[in-house]
Ligand binder design. Structure first.
Ligand SMILES: [Zn+2]
Length: 305
């Protein structure tokens, strides 16, 4: 489900599954972010166009509600560039729950799930744009009460919508085990869940056990300076026969509020894919990780036990 409507998974093309076209991350939470729209449209469209020339066909945008999601602007960028864009529903519980709205603290998991399901059935903020996946975030340590409630809400919403559950988890290893347990409790398969920023986890055992459980591992810190780290992670997955669960992206951001410099998301094309070729990965394997896997992960469908 893209911001311009549904597309067939086979038509998605090379997809960056975790980027931010724009956000106000680091600023005060806001129900509606106020952007300098002409400046944003100019800079983001120009950047996304440059990615299209490098071969990018689709981008899943991980900016959630309350830190800058704007479905109508995402649709405008997608229309202007011809690149597919997917947006999300959910709340971001990392950063010490700063971007979780007060309503979610009072509501039950099923009330929160109902809000997210209504974005899927009725569109976001009156735009008619529907989310293509769910995005959450958790803090390090054992899953906090609010993060656990949000995750349960995501499980309930998955049963209604079949949307993929992507969760900023990074090196929160304890939270990883708990999320896998909760999925099971709700009768949901591990391949409904993406461990976002798995590249930040130094615990190889935890990465391997999530992979063996069937989860998606998102190595989304690709940049020219850390090609070796990402090659090592992909190599680990290849040695396990699990390349079909790898997602590759940059966690870039082409327009950040507060005068922060943009974070590029082109290193996959300029550095990492060439490095994979150099390391003798086949074109089939490269296509698997950059085209087939994101399409399969983002295909809407209930993944039940
Ligand atoms: Zn991100």
């Amino acid at each position: 489900m893209t911001v311009r409507g549904p597309v067939r998974p086979a038509e998605l093309g090379l997809c960056l599954p975790h980027e931010h076209l724009f956000s106000i991350f680091g600023e005060e939470p806001a129900e509606r972010a106020e952007y300098d729209v002409p400046k944003l449209m100019g800079e983001v469209s120009r950047y996304v166009n440059s990615l299209r020339f490098l071969g990018c066909r689709a981008i899943a945008d991980g900016t959630t509600a309350w830190f800058g999601r704007d479905a109508s602007l995402l649709r405008r960028v997608s229309t202007a560039t011809g690149v597919h864009v997917l947006t999300n529903t959910g709340y971001y519980g990392a950063a010490n729950d700063r971007y979780v709205p007060r309503s979610a603290r009072e509501e039950s998991a099923s009330q929160i799930a109902a809000r997210w399901v209504s974005e899927y059935t009725g569109g976001i903020d009156g735009t008619g744009v529907k989310p293509g996946f769910m995005k959450l975030g958790v803090d390090a340590g054992p899953l906090s009460a609010i993060d656990e409630k949000l995750f349960e809400a995501a499980c309930l919403a998955h049963h209604e919508t079949g949307l993929l559950i992507t969760v900023h988890t990074a090196d929160a290893v304890e939270a990883t085990g708990r999320q896998l347990e909760l999925l099971k409790k709700h009768g949901i398969r591990a391949d409904a869940w993406v461990w976002i920023h798995a590249n930040n986890c130094k615990d190889e055992g935890a990465l391997k056990s999530a992979a063996e459980a069937g989860a998606w591992l998102s190595f989304d810190g690709v940049a020219p300076e850390n090609v070796e780290r990402h090659l090592a992670l992909v190599g680990m997955m290849k040695s396990m026969g699990r390349l079909k669960q790898v997602l590759l992206s940059h966690d870039g951001n082409s327009f950040r509020a507060g005068g922060r410099p943009m974070k590029p998301y082109s290193g996959l094309f300029t550095h990492f894919i060439p490095a994979l070729r150099e390391a003798k990965y086949s074109e089939t394997e490269i296509r698997l990780m950059t085209v087939d896997n994101p399409a399969r992960a983002l295909t809407i469908g209930k993944r039940l036990l």
